[in-house]
Every structure is written in C-alpha cells, then in structure tokens.
Design a protein around this ligand. Structure first.
Ligand SMILES: *[C@@H]1O[C@H](CO)[C@@H](O)[C@H](O)[C@H]1NC(C)=O
Length: 169
C-alpha cells in the first residue's frame, strides 16, 4: 500500500475538470472476482484529455487529506486514446465499504491549481464487496456453517445497494 498526501485544495477544487468518470458512480457496487470497467469522457473543460495524456489509475480509499492506493489498475494509460479500462476486481482488496474511489494522476501535466502536484481526477465513492468465499462454493460441502455465514455477509453487503439479485443463484 502506498499513501499519498495531497493538498486539500486539489480534491476540493473540482471546478476545473478534464476527465469526467461516468463509471463508477455513487450507485456502483463492485464485487471481488468479477469484471469491472471504468469509463470516462471529456467534459469539454480545460485541461483537455490530450494535455492530460497518460495517467496512473488506481482504486483508493481515504479522504481529502490522505489517500491510500489499494489496487493499481494501470500504471500508464492515455486518457485521450482510450475511454475505458476493464479489469477484474481483486478479491483481496480490503474490507467491504462504500468508501472506495478511482483516482487518475497524470504522469506529466501539473495540477492547474498547484504545480507542485500532478493533475488528478476522482470518481465518486462507490461500494465494493470483496467476497473471496463467494467463489468457493465447495466450502459448502466441507464446512457448511462457515459457508452460510460468509454467504450471509455477501448478501448483506449486496443488499445494501439492492444488487443482490444479480449475484445470487
Ligand atoms: C494499460 O492500458 C493500456 C491501454 O489500454 C494497455 O495497453 C495495457 O496493457 C494496460 N496495462 C495493464 C497492466 O493493464
């Protein structure tokens, strides 16, 4: 894990934009072990996607003061050349919470607000359910008590966003 300290003004100062992430949103639930796609578009405000260029993309937890990368998705992807990134959510990413977000950091472009930092773009915070056990149904036969307890946790997490129907069955 890597912690990064950023100036409060950078997260608060979303008046400037550039990369606008259309997924994940605040109603997104990501599930460990399943495919996930980040999508973005140019919001036609400066800076342009071409000037932002290659970015480092990761899943983070944290707040406006301190952010910790829990999973690096891509070390260098040019936001002006592609508009989505697909990957598998790791099952080991961390506890279930709705405090995860995607952060993009330009490898080259300085922040318009503070040239000490690089340009950054943030997604909404989204829910992540990290359920290794869900993918090991054989546990049910070996130790049914543990399996059902884990299943219950999964359903509670998913029901939080009324998405459980997608993953049960
Ligand atoms: C990062 O994204 C680029 C562009 O989509 C892709 O070619 C590359 O394979 C990706 N790298 C990783 C580690 O996923």
């Amino acid at each position: 894990m890597r912690s990064t300290f950023v100036a409060l003004s950078i997260l608060a100062g979303q008046a400037f934009a550039g990369v606008f992430m259309t997924n994940p949103t605040a109603s997104t639930t990501a599930v460990g072990g399943t495919a996930f796609t980040i999508n973005w578009q140019d919001d036609n405000k400066t800076p342009t996607l071409a000037s932002i260029g290659p970015v480092e993309v990761g899943i983070f937890v944290g707040n406006v003061i301190q952010q910790t990368e829990v999973f690096q998705i891509n070390a260098s992807v040019d936001v002006s050349k592609v508009s989505s990134l697909s990957f598998t959510i790791p099952t080991t990413i961390g506890p279930n919470s709705n405090n995860y977000f995607v952060r993009m950091t330009s490898l080259a472009l300085p922040s318009p607000e503070d040239a000490k930092f690089k340009y950054q773009s943030f997604s909404s915070k989204f829910q992540l359910c990290s359920h290794e056990h869900y993918y090991f149904p054989h546990l049910h036969h070996r130790c049914p008590n543990i399996y059902w307890r884990l299943q219950l946790n999964l359903q509670r997490c998913l029901q939080h966003h009324q998405r459980c129907h997608r993953y049960q069955g």
